[in-house]
Design a binder for this molecule. Structure first.
Ligand SMILES: Cc1cc2nc3c(=O)[nH]c(=O)nc-3n(C[C@H](O)[C@H](O)[C@H](O)COP(=O)(O)OP(=O)(O)OC[C@H]3O[C@@H](n4cnc5c(N)ncnc54)[C@H](O)[C@@H]3O)c2cc1C
Length: 433
């Protein structure tokens, strides 16, 4: 049987993974990436010897990405944060103990005594909650009905925000927040040695070994369709590349631009509200307060973490720190001064040790908030485009499993299942015909 020709558009972790899985399943795969390098948002830049991810990146150890990476034989290297050093809650511009375990829960002053008891009860019951029963419930509604105290609601909202990157309690489905909190409790996260570019290189190597052809600086301009069936891709230079199946691994807007006549895809793009953040990366020759490694805002959307405390991300003795503001609505931005002020609270005097820095006022963390209104994860577009035969998509806005990069990996796996199923069905049809 001739190998099925598959074209993948997008060389981030989602597209690369889909390409690797399908090539290993016997398809002839070509991947097209418009930029000069692979990785998409999982890129890492070298700035003065420090490895800067595009904002703080953590891999959930019990998530879909680790499952799929395991199938590909990739074992990410790095460290698990939170096992040493101090973690703080930021409130009213001051540091308090962050309640994240039995001891800190008892000693923190961000919760009253009844608040501590209520939080302890919630944390104990969390692993037994079935998140799917909460798909249509907003995080705010869930916090209001499940908890009686405002101080506990504020702490749980903070933990849910760091686990989902989404601070919109009214929009976000409680199913997603609870799932992410369960994942965090079950096995925590990994900060990766050498940044997420190391993961991209590992998946790229698997894809190349499996026979994937990788074309860089290759912008795709359109998907060619005839009688409802994919025929191939139209490239930026006007040429057409034939394909039996096409996998689109960009944003909802990228997908819609490649099929401009398709009103269903245009509507999906218009309905996808992204999760956004402002980020400040810092490389320091040393930390003024070496034990102060992590802080989360309780009364504001702040995050600071010294990623180099557990992962190799810079010169010996130096510190690579991510500061972030979770942005509430798609159109807001943050100023650099706001993020610097957060760093001033955790690490006063840090400017004297500054070696490298990078500020981004607004980045897309994931392309679609799974809202309570749209039924949580099941409300995201499926990986198989139902009305165009041979058309699939992959990304952190696709399918009913996972958030962030876990969704990209899970949707890549579901495209693999669908495509290889069709591949096995076709010979039988041909024999019967
Ligand atoms: C600040 C920040 C923090 C984050 N933190 C985390 C975290 O802690 N944990 C986590 O799991 N995830 C995190 N993420 C999200 C994670 O980076 C993404 O979910 C993941 O990298 C998405 O991979 P992807 O392949 O689906 O998409 P992308 O990485 O966006 O890749 C899409 C690719 O498609 C290419 N493309 C699009 N259109 C075309 C075209 N027409 N022709 C050719 N190429 C095209 C683009 O150039 C791009 O390379 C974070 C993201 C940000 C920005």
């Amino acid at each position: 049987m001739e190998a099925k020709k598959v074209a993948v558009v997008g060389g981030g972790l989602g597209g690369l993974t889909a390409a690797a899985l399908m090539a290993r399943g016997g398809c002839a795969v070509t991947l097209y990436e418009r930029s000069k390098h692979l990785g998409g948002r999982a890129q890492t830049s070298d700035v003065e010897g420090f490895r800067f991810n595009l904002g703080p990146h953590a891999l959930y150890r019990a998530g879909a990405a680790m499952r799929v990476l395991g199938r590909l034989g990739v074992k990410p290297q790095g460290g698990i944060p939170g096992q040493s050093g101090a973690a703080y809650a930021l409130r009213a511009g001051r540091l308090h103990t962050l309640p994240r375990g039995p001891v800190s829960l008892m000693t923190t002053d961000v919760l009253s005594l009844p608040g501590k008891l209520e939080m302890a009860r919630l944390l104990a019951s969390l692993p037994r909650i079935d998140p799917d029963t909460l798909a249509h419930v907003s995080l705010r509604e869930w916090l209001n009905t499940r908890l009686s105290r405002d101080d506990v609601r504020a702490v749980i909202a903070t933990l849910a925000r760091v686990a989902t990157y989404c601070g919109d309690l009214d929009a976000l489905s409680a199913q997603v927040a609870v799932t992410q909190l369960q994942l965090a409790l079950e096995a925590n996260v990994l900060y990766l040695d050498d940044g997420w570019a190391a993961l991209v290189s590992s998946v790229e190597a698997v894809a190349r070994d499996a026979g994937v052809t990788l074309e860089l600086s290759a912008k795709v301009d359109g998907v060619v369709i005839e009688s409802g069936q994919v025929q191939g891709l139209r490239m930026g230079d006007g040429t057409v590349r034939a394909a039996d199946a096409v996998v689109l691994a960009g944003s909802p807007g990228d997908v819609s631009r490649l099929l401009p006549e398709d009103t269903v895809l245009a509507r999906e793009a218009a309905e996808s509200t992204p999760v956004k953040a402002a980020t400040l990366e810092l490389g320091l020759s040393r930390l003024p307060r070496p034990e102060a490694l992590f802080a989360l805002g309780i009364d504001g959307p702040w995050y600071v973490s010294v990623h180099s405390a557990v992962a190799k991300l810079g010169p010996e003795g130096g510190a690579m720190v991510h500061v972030m503001k979770y942005l509430a609505t798609p159109d807001t931005e943050a100023t650099e001064a706001e993020l610097e002020a957060v760093m001033d609270v955790l690490q006063p005097g840090w400017r004297a040790h500054l070696v490298a820095r990078r500020f981004r006022p607004s980045l897309v963390v994931s392309h679609r908030i799974p809202t309570a209104k749209s039924g949580g994860l099941a409300g995201r577009p499926p990986s198989e485009v139902p009305h165009v035969r041979g058309l699939y998509r992959v990304g952190d806005w696709v399918g009913d499993e996972g958030m962030l990069v876990d969704a990209s990996f899970a949707s890549a796996e579901s495209v693999e299942r669908a495509l290889l199923r069709h591949r096995h069905e076709e010979p039988r049809l041909a024999v019967g015909a």
